[in-house]
Design a protein around this ligand. Sequence first.
Ligand code: SD4
Length: 337
Amino acid sequence: MQRRKFIKSAALTSAGLAVTNSLLSCEDTSKKENNTTPISTTQKASLPLVIATWYVENATAKAMEILQSGGTALDAVEQGCMVEEADIKNSSVGKGGLPDRDGNVTLDACIMDKDGNCGSVVFLKDITHAVSVARKVMEDTPHVMLAGEGAKQFALSNGFEAEDLLTESSKKAWEVWKVESEYKPIINIENHDTIGMLAIDKNGDISGACTTSGLAYKMQGRVGDSPIIGSGLFIDNEIGGCVATGLGEEVVKTVGSFLVVELMRQGKSPQQACEEAISRIVSKPNSNYKDFQVGYIAVNKKGETGSYSIHQWFSMTKFQDGKNEQIQSDYFLKNNS
Ligand code: SD4
């Protein structure tokens, strides 16, 4: 019965994924959002620096600690993302992430380094630090991506421990969801969500990582943009990097992060490139962009940064020059409602 309701509901939406009220009403969920620094176009670029999607000051602080002590951007983004993966209060990353519609917490993550090496895991169960498994895939296998049971076995054989990622509170939320079983994946839960992180170390080298439990109450087996190199994340050490958050299907369809980096290669600033990539999504014929969120953050080789989203209330955390601050993103609907 629930299954039928779910399928019917999914079929009623054009992308098969409907917006939630929480997407559009998330503005009152965090007081922190009101005290943010508005985005600026003239940015002093000094290194090292780290940026991340949403308000994740503990994660960026960890990454900066590594960068300041001479660590690589790769170590910084991995360890920064691990902070959110371990935080059971973050319901869209790692342990405590909301499950799929059948109650399974399944994680997607990827990582990319200055040399263009990359690793990724999809549909990973029972392992909190998906980003570290992705790094192992990159460094210790000839492959880029491992999925499902194979990814889990690879993690276990490399010393990762299996644990139940469904916490009391995510289980409770899932049980509440099951009453209606409406297929309305929740994006932008509170003011943190999928974490994507980009860092430039003291040598000027760039790396990035992205980790998520994906859309809440997704179909079992669904994989979003976050572990897809070029969609959820892309790094080109000569140019810059980008990570995405939001409705992964829309990011994948436009190969969003690769697009942003290529636009920067053509001379656009990170801000302009993020805006152009959002414009590719919203200007598609029959796009129902009012019903979903997508946000990008980007950095170029000079250390200039940008961020842009479709809806309001997207932000990035930026740690540079001793300041670890939340920067409210500009957004498409501000001038196009
Ligand atoms: C996904 N992009 O699985 C992820 C979800 C996300 O903010 O970013 N939510 O589609």
